[in-house]
Design a protein around this ligand. Structure first.
Ligand code: MN
Length: 298
């Protein structure tokens, strides 16, 4: 489906949401194929976009309306009726490659986290090597899960397979014995568990990791504390606070050479429970605003 005015991200008019002048692109990917517990992430992008229309455009941090300043264009949703998982990943990677080459900040809205493997492929094709920062409750480093390499539980393994560069994981608190071994032995993976985040142990390492690098930031919404966003398929307690999350975004925006893209994955909306949709929409707006302001300041 396409998101015509005013049903686009932030509900912007033509002047502030036309493709050519917008510096931010929203790519909705309502893809969900490998649910392992609670389902519903296919409805995530539409819920985020609907909730975004209720987010206040003015932001005290910038004393400005960032959405109007930068312009935000919402692309048609990438739908993949009847595509196999392999085909779906190919379609997503090709569209990301096309849109990532436009000199705009790309924001992908999921959908299940397995989409991120295809996003990484597309970014690598468009830009070459980059580093990936992952906010997530789960390590997502399984080579396959429930018989498929395309499970959301394998998302970061597929990002590593894209060959673009190392991954820094933040907020992890659920993993298997095999994933723990990957974290110990694979030098491409650095992991800060949720207690490390609460203690601030990640701050210097994160800044060092992204400094001067092109960066892909992938946010699984279950990385935030479950009390902030209960509407997700595989919830976990003891997640990141709102401020811990934005602190990570600020460090990435400030230190990176460029943020190529970010994504917000795994919202599984619950009918009648709109706070989770709103928190996710506001996080999406806040993240793009912080990144755009930092890049404009350079
Ligand atoms: Mn997760």
């Amino acid at each position: 489906m396409s998101y015509e005015i005013p049903h686009n991200f932030l509900g912007l008019d033509t002047v502030h949401s036309n493709y050519d002048q917008s510096m931010v692109l929203i790519l909705p990917v309502p893809y969900e194929a490998t649910v392992s517990y609670g389902g519903g992430t296919a409805a995530g992008p539409e819920a985020i976009i609907a909730a975004s229309q209720q987010v206040e455009l003015y932001d005290r941090e910038f004393e400005d309306e960032p959405g109007l300043r930068w312009g935000v264009h919402t692309l048609p949703a990438l739908t993949m009726e009847d595509a196999s998982p392999d085909e779906a990943m190919g379609i997503i990677a090709a569209e990301v490659q096309r849109q990532a080459g436009q000199g705009k900040l790309l924001c992908v809205l999921g959908g299940e986290h397995s989409i991120s493997g295809a996003v990484a492929q597309g970014l690598f094709a468009a830009h070459g090597p980059f580093v990936t920062v992952q906010i997530d409750a789960h390590a997502d480093l399984r080579d396959e899960y429930e018989g498929t390499p395309h499970s959301h539980a394998c998302a970061m393994r597929r990002v590593l397979d894209a060959g673009a560069g190392p991954v820094l994981q933040l907020g992890i608190r659920s993993l298997s014995v095999d994933e723990a071994e990957v974290i110990r032995s694979d030098e491409r993976v650095t992991t800060f568990f949720s207690e490390d985040i609460h203690a601030g142990m990640h701050l210097a390492a994160l800044a060092d990791f992204v400094r001067g690098q092109p960066v892909y930031l992938t946010i699984d919404i279950d990385g935030l504390d479950v009390s902030l966003v209960p509407a997700t398929g595989t919830p976990e307690p003891d997640g990141l606070s709102w401020n811990e999350t934005l602190e990570i975004v600020r460090i990435v925006a400030r230190e990176a050479a460029q943020v190529l893209a970010f994504d917000v994955m795994e919202l599984a909306p619950i009918a009648g429970f709109h706070s989770a949709d709103f928190v996710t929409a506001k996080l999406t707006y806040k993240t793009m605003s912080i990144i755009m302001a930092a890049q404009a300041a350079e």
